[in-house]
Design a binder for this molecule. Structure first.
Ligand code: PHE
Length: 336
């Protein structure tokens, strides 16, 4: 009975099986119980011996059952832990930190270059009055030059009195009003025109304005400042040139071009084979503008320039589509 019982116990695979074997071996119908009931027919001495032996067997089977139950429980626990196991050796990449947007980086770098040349930085509002954006800058009412700017007007006050600034030039006037010459400032910021987005246009883009007003400032100072800026920003291989142009607020006026950075020679799409790309406008501050700003044009002269900074990034990094800069695709932004 003992040997058979031990085999049965060892074969029990889980708790339920152990319980079943227990009933089978020690329960009311068990062989052991039957044997105990049969003790009554024996002589007192033999009964005592046999009874003691039966009790020993019973105790041994109980012990074996307890041991088996312990082993089965331990197995189950081990299996459960194995299933819930965390792999602490897995390599997890570092947290990804964000960084400044390309537009902000460009403005920071531009400010650094101009601050190094002795300029300070000024800012103005993006929602402007018609006066600062046009009137003060010598655009008479109804002047055709206003049509150069696809203006977005704000519904506020008199019709067409309030607008989203179309260039950073209104900051020139705010700086003139608030300061006495000598003035050496740059004004980076966001500007708006009702353009349809394409590879080189966005209805919201960025410019940096420069304004210098001092005694004896000439067109040569303008050309020299832009050339110094160009080589400082792009490196010695890139140069600047001025090309005659027209703006109501400068006289004479010019376009500011730089050596084509992406030039693929004969068939270059970027500069259309001229070897130069237009960055922005510039010129000598018009006497009317100085006067509107409370500065005497007999005593002071000045120059101003303004150019798009998003296109600057396109050229610097060889980005082919302006829209990529503003679509917030992290795969694009991460590269800079
Ligand atoms: N504000 C002009 C533009 O956006 C550029 C410019 C600035 C021209 C300063 C002359 C002087 O087109």
């Amino acid at each position: 009975v003992l040997a058979e019982g031990r085999d049965r116990i060892a074969a029990a695979e889980d708790l339920e099986a152990v319980r079943a074997v227990e009933t089978e071996l020690l329960g009311k119908r068990a062989r052991l119980t039957e044997l105990k009931q049969g003790l009554g027919g024996l002589e007192p001495d033999a009964r005592r011996d046999a009874g003691r032996r039966l009790n020993e067997v019973r105790a041994e089977l109980q012990e074996a059952l307890a041991a088996r139950r312990g082993a089965v429980e331990a197995d189950a626990r081990r299996a459960r832990l194995e299933a819930e196991r965390l792999d602490l050796t897995e390599v997890v990449t570092d947290d990804v930190l964000g960084h400044l947007h390309l537009v902000t980086q460009a403005h920071d770098q531009l400010e650094d270059v101009f601050v190094g040349m002795g300029f300070t930085v000024a800012e103005g509002p993006e929602i402007e009055t018609e006066w600062y954006n046009f009137g003060a800058l010598n655009f008479p009412p109804g002047h055709p030059a206003r049509a150069m700017y696809d203006t977005l007007y704000v519904e506020f006050g008199e019709p067409e009195s309030t607008l989203l600034r179309t260039h950073t030039s209104p900051v020139q006037m705010r700086v003139l009003e608030a300061n006495e010459p000598p003035i050496y400032v740059v004004c980076p910021g966001r500007v708006y025109r009702s353009d349809t987005p394409d590879a080189s246009h966005m209805p919201v883009f960025h410019q940096i304005e420069g304004l210098v007003v001092d005694r004896g400032i000439s067109m040569g100072d303008l050309a020299g400042t832009l050339e110094a800026f160009t080589t400082a920003y792009f490196g010695g291989a890139i140069h600047s040139r001025l090309r005659p142009s027209y703006f109501p607020f400068t006289e004479p006026s010019a376009e500011y071009d730089i050596t084509c950075v992406i030039c693929e020679g004969e068939g270059c799409q970027t500069c259309k084979r001229t070897g130069w790309i237009e960055l922005g406008g510039c010129g000598m501050v018009h006497p009317n503008v100085l006067r509107n700003g409370g500065v005497d044009p007999e005593e002071y002269t000045g120059f101003a320039f303004g150019f798009g900074t998003d296109r600057l990034s396109l050229m610097r990094y060889g980005i082919s589509d302006l829209r990529d800069m503003f679509s917030n695709d992290i795969r694009f932004l991460r590269q800079f």
